[in-house]
Design a protein around this ligand. Structure first.
Ligand SMILES: [Fe+2]
Length: 135
């Protein structure tokens, strides 16, 4: 899964402690998200399979193509990139949730709510980091 490729690299590269914590906690949450999605599929009588999202892969490829050297700008860039991913994930939940039923609705709603919280947290962090950018 892309989050398990992208987040550890971001966590390693960011300097801001609060951002590092937010990304680390979201990585941990993401492990539960995978388990809940798999459970939602099984609850619907379907066997979950892994598929690579072209939208998320494209966003990650575009993000990784940039080399930002200045540390505060790099933190801002990684924070904004992570927020962009949350937007994409929320779009996926918006598309899938109306198709869910029963237990699947609760499982996927919990994931979506976590993604919304992660986006809010990253947006606030990006606002603070923006104020700390050099001249
Ligand atoms: Fe996420």
């Amino acid at each position: 899964m892309l989050a398990f490729e992208a987040l550890p690299k971001l966590i390693d590269e960011v300097r801001d402690g609060e951002l590092k914590t937010a990304l680390s906690e979201h990585l941990e949450e993401t492990r539960y998200h995978v388990a809940r999605v798999e459970q939602a599929f099984r609850a619907a009588g379907a066997e979950p399979t892994s598929a690579r999202s072209a939208a998320l892969a494209g966003a990650l490829e575009q993000h990784n193509a940039q080399q930002v050297k200045e540390p505060t700008l790099r933190d801002y860039f990684h924070c904004a990139g992570a927020a962009r991913t949350e937007h994409l994930e929320l779009g996926l939940y918006a598309a899938v949730l109306p198709l869910a039923s029963g237990e699947g609705v609760e499982l996927l709603t919990r994931n979506r709510d976590d993604e919304e919280q992660a986006l809010k947290r990253l947006t606030k962090l990006a606002e603070r980091l923006r104020t700390e950018l050099p001249g």
